[in-house]
Design a protein around this ligand. Structure first.
Ligand code: NDP
Length: 346
């Protein structure tokens, strides 16, 4: 029998009850289970950020049963530095728990100069993953994604690279991100012919952006029909679906930061109006706005996990607490939420 790890002062010891509060859902029809709350390292884990805060966030998440950590080659800033931060925290605290972690990375957006550091060629995907493995200091990642569709590379080439990456043991599972329903179905067909399943999709989905539900078939239809899991990004609309902006734009928020993907212009009166009403509904249920927003996404049967971001450990605690607090929404509550989101309640 393995000897239990003894507590050594100054060394991190994970919470012994870390698996008690979290839920784990099977990713599509695969055998892989993901924590329903996951943590993304897109913002606040770069070399420009305070390392100790990044470390505390990761350890807080692990202590609460979060097993799934989402990265991409270009996360930082500087690009690549979020993967280096993870490598550093594995070294200092978590390497002995590597087999308790699902680590993911991606390639598909601009990473380096010249024709081989962007989009979806075999050349880019395979060399980018090799770089990521060195930065994270691991032999393999659990999931490798193609980050966005490439209109100029044959899908067979991109999927062929993913299949080879699995065969080489550099990733255990593969996925796609930002692919629409049709592209996803095609990618799944090609991979199936190669004997490698498309295990997971990573779409953007939240109360303010419901594109995955639209169209016939919708992306959700394709995922459910083919047994592909889904880990959703920006489930809190980068913080808009929280109480963060209800009383102005805090100076330490993402909207006030140099992040180019959310700025003060996104905090519109229309969004605030909706969030105020949703927040009141959440309050009546004894939940925070963030908890209602996360639970709402997780109630969609096509969704395996929400990849949350955070700027401090307390946000992670609150987000994981969703699972203890949430009681499924009634049909009336779903209707009321739909009416708020479409403006039909006015
Ligand atoms: P979220 O929508 O969860 O937004 C996270 C932000 O919301 C935090 O940084 C914080 O903002 C705020 N927040 C989080 N929890 C709380 C809370 N309880 N109370 C108040 N505010 C809260 O996700 P992200 O936009 O960060 O994206 C999550 C992950 O998704 C990324 O890290 C990445 O892994 C993945 N992603 C993938 C993409 C793709 O193309 N595949 C694209 C984008 C993201 P503040 O900083 O202001 O405190």
């Amino acid at each position: 029998m393995a000897k239990p790890y003894t507590m050594v002062p100054g060394f991190y010891t994970p919470a012994p009850d870390r698996y008690d509060r979290m839920e784990y859902h099977r990713c599509g029809r695969s055998g892989l289970k993901l924590s329903s709350i996951s943590l993304g390292l897109w913002n606040n884990f770069g070399s420009v950020n305070v390392h100790e805060n990044a470390r505390q966030m990761l350890l807080t998440a692990f202590d609460l049963g979060v097993t799934h950590y989402d990265l991409a080659n270009n996360y930082g800033p500087l690009p690549g530095s979020a993967e280096e931060t993870l490598g550093r925290i594995l070294d200092s605290d978590l390497r002995r728990y590597r087999d308790e972690l699902v680590l993911t990375t991606k390639a598909g957006y601009h990473m380096w100069e010249g024709p081989y550091g962007d989009w979806g060629s075999r050349k880019y995907l395979i060399s980018s993953l090799d770089q990521s493995l060195k930065r994270i200091k691991v032999d393999y990642v659990d999931i490798f994604y193609h980050h966005r569709p490439d209109p100029n590379t044959p899908l067979e080439e991109t999927m062929g690279a993913l299949a080879d990456i699995v065969r080489q043991g550099k990733a255990l599972y593969v996925g796609v991100s930002n692919y629409n329903a049709e592209q996803t179905a095609k990618a799944a067909d090609i991979l199936e012919r190669m004997g490698v399943p498309l295990t997971i999709h990573q779409p953007r989905y939240n109360m303010l952006d419901r594109w995955v539900e639209e169209g016939k078939p919708s992306l959700c239809d394709v995922l459910l029909e083919r047994g592909i899991g889904a880990a959703v990004f920006c489930p809190l609309a980068q913080g808009l679906l929280t109480d963060r902006y209800l009383n102005g734009i805090p100076s330490d928020s993402r909207a006030a930061s140099p992040c180019v993907f959310l700025n003060e212009k996104a905090v519109t009166e229309d969004v605030l109006n909706k969030v105020r009403k949703l927040s009141a509904l959440a309050g009546e249920r004894g939940e925070t706005m963030a908890q209602l927003a996360l639970a709402w996404v997780l109630e969609n049967p096509a969704i395996t996990s929400v990849i949350t971001g955070a700027s401090r450990p307390d946000q992670i605690r609150q987000n994981v607490e969703t699972l203890q607090k949430h009681v499924p929404l009634s049909e009336e509550e779903h209707k009321a939420i739909r009416a708020i989101l479409t403006g039909e309640d006015a």
